[in-house]
Design a protein around this ligand. Structure first.
Ligand code: PEP
Ligand code: MN
Length: 337
């Protein structure tokens, strides 16, 4: 159920509606709009009767929400959400570039990469300090040391940091350094982690699970929003299909679907989407034109020596060329940087 307030409804009227929702044992979610405030209700098991609200002063309309995901849906909030991450905007009308190595490997590696990323015009540096790996024998990340390096690099180059949070235990330490918490594909349905990330107030980049449907992705985001963290962006990073020539099948259609059904920004990750260096650029270009609010690219000083995802990481030269092209495309479709 969504309660639409009248245009010009006062703070006390909004407060009274939220209070009534709480009295019924549900949770109110105030959603400011350009014309009027809407209040979403969560925590109800079945339909909520509109009679409880219809006669409260300032209420214009009670609208049932048909989708299982509510707070992420356009039904509840038709206006697109724009995230402001220390002055860098992600969402409707803007284009952002997020780039960096798969993993933080050393001081030299992360500083050299950050310099190239900052010079390209990107405002976000990505890099994992905690790496969830398929094999227990593979490089698991520098952990606390990786976070320290990210913190240093963030100050030096004025970049916003996107880094993965692998579990609830490391969440407080990661959230100290990260401007955006990445929840990886393997953790998309780690409900304890989603709940913990929902209770804190850092923006979250939620990656689509390896075999997740879009509805499952939306429901995972719903955990974050229902706990009060509305700063969420989706990330399409490819899904597992019968195809084996690419690492994953990069689902370009997901970008259009996410934008059609939800108000949250979408980030395209063609690096994991295809998993092959030479195929990253064409898919990145396609993602910008398809409407992605941001593109995330892996780059490394020497991809052949990378401790993770070298096969899909661009050399600095390739990255410089691609970033210039992506900004040019974004300008062409009138996106602000
Ligand atoms: C990553 O971004 O390096 C990563 C591990 O991504 P994913 O969770 O999409 O596999
Ligand atoms: Mn990676």
């Amino acid at each position: 159920m969504l309660i639409l307030m009248q245009k010009g409804a006062t703070e006390p009227q909004i407060h009274a509606v939220c209070q009534r929702i709480r009295e019924l044992g549900f949770a109110p979610h105030e959603i400011p709009g350009s014309i009027r405030v809407a209040i979403g209700i969560t925590g109800n098991q079945g339909p909520v009767s509109p009679e409880a609200f219809q006669n409260l002063s300032g209420v214009a309309e009670c609208v049932p929400v048909s989708k299982p995901y509510k707070l992420v849906s356009k039904e509840v909030k038709p206006e697109p959400t724009v995230l402001d991450i220390r002055g860098a905007k992600i969402g409707h009308g803007h284009f952002s570039l997020i780039a960096g190595p798969c993993s933080v490997e050393s001081r030299d590696q992360v500083f050299r990469t950050a310099e190239v990323v900052a010079c390209s015009g990107a405002k976000f540096l990505r890099g994992g300090a905690y790496k969830p790996r398929t094999s227990p024998y593979a490089f698991q990340g520098l952990k606390e040391e990786g976070l320290r390096l990210l913190d240093e690099v963030k100050r030096k180059f004025d970049l916003r940091i996107v880094t993965e949070v692998k579990d609830t235990e490391s969440l407080p330490a990661v959230a100290e350094v990260a401007d955006v918490l990445q929840i990886g594909a393997r953790n998309m349905q780690n409900f304890s982690l989603l709940e913990a990330a929902g209770r804190q107030r850092r923006p979250v980049l939620l990656k689509r699970g390896i075999s997740a449907t879009l509805q499952e992705l939306f429901m995972a985001a719903e955990y974050l929003l229902s706990l009060g963290n509305y700063q969420v962006m989706f990330c399409e990073r490819g899904i597992r299909t019968f195809e084996t020539m690419t690492r994953n099948t990069f689902d370009l259609s997901a970008i259009a679907m996410i934008k059609h059904h939800t108000h949250l920004p979408v980030v395209a990750d063609p690096s994991h989407g295809v998993g092959i260096d030479w195929a990253v650029a064409p898919m990145a270009r396609a993602a910008v034109v398809a409407g992605a609010d941001a593109v995330m690219i892996e780059t490394h000083p020497d991809p052949s020596k990378a401790l993770s995802d070298g096969q899909q990481s661009l050399t600095f030269e390739e990255f410089r060329r691609l970033s210039a092209e992506l900004f040019e495309l974004a300008d062409w479709i009138s996106r602000k940087r």
